[in-house]
Design a protein around this ligand. Structure first.
Ligand SMILES: CSC[C@@H](O)[C@@H](O)C(=O)COP(=O)(O)O
Length: 350
């Protein structure tokens, strides 16, 4: 697959200076449409609508979003204070994935050095993300095969942590892709991931394109699939990992983790180091995005609940470290459920 969720197109844009192009994930898998974003309003709207989504891709959106703001500011004659406010709007467009703010912060300090320096740094954020994903996928595949003692794995995954959620390759699905290249994937159960169906629409799209044997199951099936012994491990991504190994990820991950714990199979969290937030001692301080209840009370635009019934729609949950067998980043493997923390030197495999 060659599609990129997000990239800078150098010869695009209204003045030929380049443009931020995203693959519109709101209409996948039925339609492949790209959106060229050259205003802060457009970028913030795309992030809010999940046209671009997934923590590492949001990191790239944050970094390159600073260039979008710079270019718009130049066209519109913004002063420094206005530019700062607009960059902050990008930084705060979604609260849970630390990568978005991290991406902005990677390049913001370069503003005095001019647009080219900021653009160069933004492109480096994107390139480093893909390289990190490939490395962590190798490490995670090694760890899973050693831990389970199996040659071919039956994997459960939740949400979409594939190339669509990153600048390339993917995290949890990168691990699956790596295992597949080694001939070590027997089957993948992809949770459909209510209410926005990232698993059914996006993960299945990626797995089908790669020819990886898989099926989509309703989220409510996950615990039963795990306790029936149909999978050897669960592999998920993360939006923010606290220093103690607590993991914020798509709502429903906690249920998967509890079932894995009960079944005695590992839950592996695959994420680039940019998703680790050492400033957060544990998960209790992580802000959980609460999205519109309408995403829950309607299906394909049709009301599915009584008109008077509101929806409750937390988009993420926090899995306590004791249920996380491994956090794998490009720096190495940490085993939170065995008492190890991310604050320890992660370059030394736990
Ligand atoms: C590599 S993506 C990791 C996480 O960002 C992913 O699992 C997830 O929860 C995405 O949520 P989303 O709301 O689709 O942005």
């Amino acid at each position: 697959m060659t599609e990129r969720a997000i990239e800078w197109v150098h010869d695009g844009g209204r003045d030929g200076r380049g443009v931020l192009r995203i693959l519109d994930q709101t209409v996948l898998p039925l339609t492949t449409t790209y959106l060229d974003l050259d205003t802060v309003d457009g970028l913030v709207e795309a992030i809010d609508a999940l046209a671009v989504r997934g923590a590492p891709a949001l990191g790239v959106a944050g970094a390159l979003g600073v260039v979008v703001a710079l270019d718009e500011g130049e066209r519109s004659g913004w002063d420094a204070a206005r530019l700062d406010r607009e960059i902050d709007r990008v930084r705060h467009a979604r609260p849970t994935a630390v990568n978005l703010a991290w991406g902005v912060d990677q390049v913001r300090g370069l503003l005095p050095q001019g647009r080219e320096a900021v653009l160069r740094a933004g492109l480096e954020v994107a390139a480093a993300d893909e390289a990190a994903n490939r490395e962590l996928s190798r490490l995670a595949a090694d760890w899973l095969l050693a831990r389970t003692g199996r040659d071919r794995l039956r994997v459960l995954t939740h949400c979409n942590a594939g190339l669509l959620a990153t600048s390339g390759w993917g995290t949890a699905l990168g691990v699956v892709r790596e295992l597949h290249e080694r001939g070590a994937v027997e089957f993948v159960y992809a949770d459909e991931t209510r209410p926005l169906l990232q698993g059914a629409r996006l993960t299945a799209w990626e797995l089908a394109a790669e020819g990886i044997p898989h099926a989509v199951q309703v989220d409510g099936a996950a615990a039963s699939t795990i306790l029936r012994g149909l999978v050897d491990c669960a592999v998920v991504g993360a939006d923010r990992i606290a220093a103690n190994g607590d993991v914020a990820n798509k709502i429903g991950t906690l249920g998967v983790a509890l079932a894995c714990h009960e079944a005695g199979i590992p839950l592996l969290v695959a994420a680039p180091w940019s998703t680790v937030d050492l400033a957060m001692a544990d998960g209790s301080g992580i802000e959980i995005e609460e999205r519109s209840g309408a995403e829950v009370t309607t299906w394909a635009g049709i009301r599915t609940t009584p008109e008077a019934t509101p929806g409750f729609n937390p988009a993420f949950d926090v899995t306590p470290a004791r249920f996380v067998a491994a956090v794998v980043t490009e720096r190495g493997v940490v085993e939170p459920s065995a008492g190890h923390t991310l604050a320890e030197d992660p370059s030394v495999p736990a």
